[in-house]
Design a protein around this ligand. Structure first.
Ligand code: NAD
Ligand code: MG
Length: 376
């Protein structure tokens, strides 16, 4: 019997990476389910290649096979399948939340790339996991690194974690230059090939704020124990400083295949010959810089929202999602993204955020607020 993996968001950057990894490990895993938002053509190819028992398409359903599940409910259905032992959530944005919660409620392992889940509903997701025996294993490279460095040691032995950030395409741009950054500039990430939303998040550093909040919930660490350092080479994936002063880092070439595979096998490791051996000399020099918080306000805003708690992280996330979507459509400028987030947090950051309904209401209010700011 092989382990069933449901891949939510299979047509995206992480989804296709996961399918490449799984194709090399067919004696251990099978693909139990595939879902995509709208790319029916690629989804059909993937369904044929993997023989997945369940195929779900959220929107755009012309001329599709009768057996496919259609509509927004496809994600939750895939997440609850008895044949899915692991749910790899590689959906982008808060749209992934309900599927994560459903998989956790069913006691499954969620291999979580969809960091927005933990930002919108960190308390809810972690308490659901605790109560139902489900578990969240991060796919995000920084959090995979921390998990590997911790090797089962409790938060009480950790002094702090240090998340590394590539710094994005504007790492060495002046504030003046950033003010004139175009969409094409923002989409030119120096070290990672990713979906468009996370690529823009890496340029504003909103991605690192999402990751600080993600680390807070995943590892149950206070915000004071989570630092960020810029590391342009993306070779040191993150570090853990223990109470005795020792620091462990997880290191390797930038490839999401590694953290995807590890999220499936944790705490075991299995042989993977397709990943080239690490060459420290070829990767050198490795450098580190302080993060320029004043020039990348989205990072500071996100960390403040995390500290504030309640619905503030959900408002931060939704305002960012909406602003990035508008930026990708050419409807606002790069620096407007942080302005929109700031305005939404000022207006809505104090909303209650204990239940799923309260969090989703805050999410909708933040999107509406950002849309109203830029309505012509
Ligand atoms: P992507 O845009 O390439 O792919 C997103 C996938 O989700 C696609 O399959 C798409 O069909 C599906 N999707 C989009 N909107 C949906 C919706 N409303 N309902 C259902 N499905 C929907 O994105 P990506 O770069 O693969 O990122 C996916 C997630 O992984 C994000 O949360 C991102 O932050 C995280 N992540 C990505 C990387 C990376 O290297 N790409 C690294 C770390 C974390
Ligand atoms: Mg990351």
């Amino acid at each position: 019997m092989t382990i069933g993996v449901a891949i939510l968001g299979s047509t995206g950057s992480i989804g296709t990476t996961a399918l490449r990894v799984l194709a090399r490990h067919r004696s251990r895993f099978h693909v139990a389910a595939l879902t995509a938002n709208s790319n029916a053509r690629v989804l059909a190819e993937q369904a044929k290649a993997t023989g997945a028992g369940f195929v779900g398409l959220v929107s755009n359903g012309n001329d599709i096979p009768d057996a496919w599940c259609l509509g927004p409910d496809a994600l939750v259905q895939a997440a609850q399948l008895p044949d899915a032992d692991i749910v790899l959530n590689a959906v982008v944005g808060a749209a992934g939340l309900d599927a994560t919660l459903a998989a956790l409620r069913a006691g499954k392992r969620v291999a979580l790339a969809n960091k927005e889940t933990l930002v919108v509903a960190g308390e809810l997701a972690t308490s659901t996991a605790r109560e139902s025996g489900g578990e969240i294993i991060p796919v995000d490279s920084e959090h995979s690194a921390i998990l590997q460095c911790l090797a089962g040691r409790p938060a009480s032995q950790v002094r702090r974690v240090i998340l590394t950030a590539s710094g994005g395409p504007f790492r060495d741009w002046s504030q003046q230059q950033i003010a004139h950054a175009t969409l094409a500039d923002a989409l030119r990430h120096p070290t990672w090939q990713m979906g468009r939303k996370i690529t823009v998040d890496s340029a504003t550093l909103a991605n690192k704020a999402l990751e600080v909040i993600e680390a807070h919930f995943l590892f149950q660490l206070p915000y004071d124990a989570i630092d960020v350092v810029v590391h342009p080479q993306s070779v040191v994936h993150s570090m853990v400083e223990f109470v005795d002063g020792s620091v462990l880092a997880q290191v390797g070439v930038p490839s999401m295949e590694l953290p995807v595979l590890y999220a499936l096998t944790h705490p075991e490791r299995i042989e993977e010959l397709a990943i080239p051996s690490f060459d420290p000399v070829a990767s050198s020099p490795l450098t580190f810089e302080r993060v320029r918080l004043d020039d990348f306000p989205a990072l500071r805003l996100g960390i403040e929202a995390g500290r504030a708690g309640g619905a503030a992280p959900a408002v931060f996330n939704a305002a960012n999602e909406k602003a990035v979507a508008l930026f990708l459509d050419g409807a606002l400028s790069f620096v407007d993204i942080a302005r929109a987030i700031s305005s939404a947090l000022d207006r809505l950051g104090g909303l209650p955020g204990r239940t799923r309904e309260e969090l989703l209401a805050a999410d909708v209010a933040a999107r509406d607020h950002v849309a109203s700011l830029f309505r012509k």
